[in-house]
Design a protein around this ligand. Structure first.
Ligand SMILES: Cc1cc2nc3c(=O)[nH]c(=O)nc-3n(C[C@H](O)[C@H](O)[C@H](O)COP(=O)(O)OP(=O)(O)OC[C@H]3O[C@@H](n4cnc5c(N)ncnc54)[C@H](O)[C@@H]3O)c2cc1C
Length: 448
């Protein structure tokens, strides 16, 4: 249940393995937060703007026959961060980092100290902020890690757990006594590609992936069908679940051997409360950051700065409300008609949740007011689109790994019940896909 990317991939992979899977979705369309819209020649992404081209994601695109639709962002497109009122390029390679004047000697020395020294993570859960200050510097936290964490989680590094949000960093220090050595060792062990995966979208937007999955599923996908109650099967001695749906004003019950709950935590908590004690507590402990996605389009001639990169991130100390901005029309072709640019900014997050309570007009004026001086924009936008998510990105806060362990222990008591979604193994599209594939592998293994 739940036809975001997590649920769709589960249904697709199960059917591919010959298992009769059905998926129900409460809203009138599949895709969850992944949504693309064409308006007046512009291609708007209302949720994620792009996704990392990981191997499983590319493989899925190949299987669905949409690999030819993929667009890759220029690998070397610079990313900027707002420091001292100016957009400064983020160094992306070790050489560029040590050559950059963005960071002082202390930060660079502490990186070298990590490479050649030995350190150990504390026993207790550590916040990302505490980790960066302990290992590197407050400067690195302020200028780079904080904005980066805003970019992924719309979260607060003082609240987010390092081992929850970036387990590979925690493991690297634990296993090798050094982040850099540990990361190199783990990449060698996993035979990981040397280059980071590039950022992708599709010619007709991210929703292409959703449309292809939905087309593949055909009648196995039902929209406008909300799960309103779940209980363990009572009519048979075989483990399973009775799933009560409300569809077209009528209630109906499905009996299933396996149930994958691929909804956000609030819906999962509400429904699983009826199945067993403990689920609600663990699931409700996972909060989400609210985010407003504001896309503005301008005449190209009205923008003084050359938009030669990915976009920029904003440290909280800069005193702005935007978390960052993506320069869509610089990254991918076909996002804006000739002579125009499309820029998408994000407002809100856990450090400024009130921001999203403003009206759409206020949000679009706020973003224009804040980005205009940075990009030397001389005119008002010719169009704006504002999409507000009260619960956008799950927060992997301190204690997250304990909450997941509690969920996993509970899950083991309920055969045939599976949880998947963006609160488990990372919020990125690629992470949702990998978690969904792992769940389906376990189901298929159990069925054969
Ligand atoms: C603004 C924003 C920007 C992002 N940017 C990026 C990015 O640039 N790159 C990236 O990789 N990731 C990004 N992400 C994260 C990524 O898009 C999401 O984590 C991912 O798409 C979540 O997919 P999901 O299937 O787990 O959940 P969802 O997309 O939330 O889907 C859950 C589905 O369950 C349905 N549902 C809920 N209750 C019920 C019920 N009772 N019965 C039936 N159905 C129900 C919902 O209607 C929904 O369709 C972004 C997310 C947001 C919100």
């Amino acid at each position: 249940m739940g036809a975001g990317i997590s649920g769709l991939v589960c249904a697709y992979a199960l059917r591919k393995a010959g298992i009769d899977a059905q998926i129900v979705e409460a809203s009138d369309r599949p895709g969850g937060v992944i949504r693309s819209e064409r308006r007046d020649g512009f291609l708007l992404e209302l949720g994620p703007q792009s996704f990392a081209g990981t191997a499983p994601l590319r493989q899925l695109c190949r299987e669905l026959g949409i690999e030819g639709e993929l667009l890759e962002a220029p690998r070397r497109a610079p990313r900027f961060v707002l420091v001292g009122g100016a957009l400064r390029e983020v160094p992306l390679s070790p050489l560029a980092f040590f050559a950059s004047s963005l960071f002082g000697f202390g930060t660079k020395w502490n990186i070298l100290r990590d490479v050649f020294g030995v350190s150990h993570p504390p026993e207790q859960d550590e916040s990302i902020a505490a980790f960066v200050r302990r290992k590197f510097s407050a400067e690195l936290l302020e200028k780079l890690v904080g904005p980066f964490v805003s970019g992924i989680y719309a979260g607060d590094p003082e609240q987010l757990s390092l081992r929850g949000a970036f387990p590979q960093l925690h493991e690297a220090e634990k296993s090798a006594g050094s982040i850099v050595r540990g990361m190199i060792r783990s990449a060698e062990k996993n035979d990981a590609p040397r280059e980071r995966p590039s950022l992708l979208t599709f010619r007709e937007g991210n929703e292409t992936l959703i449309r292809a999955l939905a087309a593949n599923l055909g009648d196995a996908l039902r929209c406008n069908a909300e799960v309103i109650a779940i209980q363990r099967r009572t009519k048979s001695s075989v483990a399973g679940y009775e799933v009560c749906l409300s569809a077209a004003g009528r209630d109906e019950t499905l009996e299933v051997d396996h149930l994958i709950v691929a909804t956000p935590t609030n819906a999962a908590a509400e429904l699983l409360r009826q199945v067993g004690a403990g689920f609600e507590n663990a699931l409700q402990g996972i909060s989400y950051a609210p985010v407003a996605v504001v896309s503005l389009r301008y005449r190209k001639n009205a923008v003084g700065r050359v938009l030669d990169g990915f976009g920029f991130l904003v440290p909280r100390s800069a005193g702005l409300e935007i978390l960052g901005s993506v320069w869509n029309s610089s990254l991918f072709p076909g996002r804006a008609p000739e002579g125009h640019v499309l820029l998408t900014s994000f407002v809100g997050g856990t450090t400024n949740p009130q921001a999203v309570t403003r009206s759409k007009e206020e949000l679009s004026s706020l973003v224009h007011r804040e980005i205009a001086p940075l990009l030397d924009i001389k005119e008002a936008p010719v169009f704006s689109s504002v999409n507000v998510y009260q619960r956008a990105i799950p927060q992997y806060t301190l204690g997250h790994t304990n909450r997941l362990a509690a969920l996993s222990a509970l899950g083991a008591k309920y055969p045939g019940l599976w949880l998947t979604g963006n609160y488990l193994c990372g919020p990125a599209v690629g992470a949702c896909l990998e978690r969904a594939l792992a769940v389906t592998r376990d189901i298929v293994k159990g069925a054969t």
